[in-house]
Design a protein around this ligand. Structure first.
Ligand code: 5AD
Ligand code: FES
Length: 349
């Protein structure tokens, strides 16, 4: 274990072979040491603070057909819904009362939501809650669309790259999606001044450790402000229904490695992590995460935004979800704060 631990000091500059060795090392003492070091780095920048984002899943219509995703176009069993602008604004009002200062509008790639409609919605939210950040997570768009969202006041954009490897990308996504366009989107978003979130699923079908290495190298090149990772979880009405879920412990190790490689990054303990293990989000925090994204969507639509089986929190009111998470975080030594939760810049340390 010793030589590996010595290399941890230089996680940001580790050569490929050493980084790969770290990713694939399954020893429990190595994982715990990674976790301890990641937590130390996270506390240097963010103390015990946990940032919360109110997640509003506002449409499950999607024109894409990603093989892993429960709301893919070909899944005719998915019951489709769209929230109205009024419903979304009500979610934000409730969220503000509950202490959220970031709203994440997440949806499938839904052509009904034209750029005009998205921009009008963003403007209304920013007018009603000027002290809040608005994050969009609505997929691949032309650069002009992203520019319009930014001009309307959107602050952040989440778009997981899913995998940095072209061949693996094709294994997970049918055409017309492409790895090259996904990367183009992320670069455009950065250039337009969004705080950008990328990320990938751990244990996605066909994923090799070498792909994870490529993911880390791509992230080093992109330097995103946020990195979302969670285990792959199969959905019964997708072509990947019989695939094995991703590894919980590998996800924890990767969270720690990400914290060490990107000390200031915003790193959520995701819903998928909380789904694969009852204490997933707590252990995720202890492994270096500093963000959680409780659900703010109206309870009657939550079951319908099902990307994978057994998703947690579908039956809980927003207020319950919020206090539940607050308690969960406190139990493991962290504190949910009322804050926009922007990424820390170097001078703010
Ligand atoms: N299991 C885990 N994560 C999934 N996502 C989509 N489908 C699944 C699944 N079956 C993730 C993708 C996407 C994010 C919104 O959810 O990484 O970018
Ligand atoms: Fe939603 Fe616990 S976080 S109920």
């Amino acid at each position: 274990m010793n030589t590996l631990i010595e290399t941890l000091e230089q996680t940001q500059t580790l050569p490929d072979a050493d980084l790969l060795a770290l990713i694939t090392d399954e020893r429990e003492d190595v994982r715990l040491e990674l976790s301890r070091r990641a937590d130390r780095v996270r506390r240097q920048w963010y103390g015990a603070d946990v940032y919360v984002r109110g997640l509003i899943e506002f449409t499950n219509y999607c024109k894409n057909d990603c093989f892993y995703c429960g709301i893919r176009r070909s899944n005719c069993k998915a019951e489709r819904y769209r929230l109205t602008a009024e419903q979304i604004l009500d979610c934000c009002d409730l969220g503000w009362e509950l202490g959220y200062r970031t709203f994440v509008l997440q949806g499938g790639e839904d052509p009904w939501w034209t750029d005009e409609k998205v921009c009008a919605l963003v403007r209304r939210i920013k007018t009603a809650h000027p002290d809040c950040a608005v994050t969009l997570s609505i997929g691949e768009k032309p650069r002009e669309s992203y520019a319009a969202y930014r001009a309307a006041g959107a602050d952040r954009y989440l778009l997981r790259h899913e995998t940095a490897n072209e061949v693996h990308y094709r294994y997970l996504h049918p055409e017309p999606l492409s790895c090259a366009n996904r990367k183009r989107c992320l670069r455009d978003l950065k250039e337009l001044g969004f705080q950008v979130g990328a990320g990938f699923m751990v244990g996605a079908p066909g994923q090799k450790p070498e792909h994870l290495l490529e993911d880390l190298r791509f992230l080093q090149e992109l330097q995103p402000d946020m990195i979302g990772i969670g285990p792959f979880l199969p959905h019964n009405d997708t072509p990947f229904r019989d695939e094995a879920p991703g590894s919980f412990l590998l996800t924890l190790r990767l969270l720690s490695i990400l914290r060490l490689m990107f000390p200031r990054v915003l790193l959520p303990a995701t819903t998928a992590l909380g789904t694969i293990h009852p204490l997933g989000r707590e252990l995720g925090m202890q492994a270096g995460a500093n963000v959680v994204m409780p659900n703010l969507s109206p309870v009657d639509v939550r079951e319908k935004y099902k990307l994978y089986e057994n998703k947690i929190c579908t039956g809980d009111e927003a207020a319950q979800c919020r206090s539940c998470l607050e308690r969960r975080m406190e139990r493991v030594g962290y504190r949910v704060v009322v804050d926009r939760g922007d990424v820390k810049k170097i001078q703010e340390k």
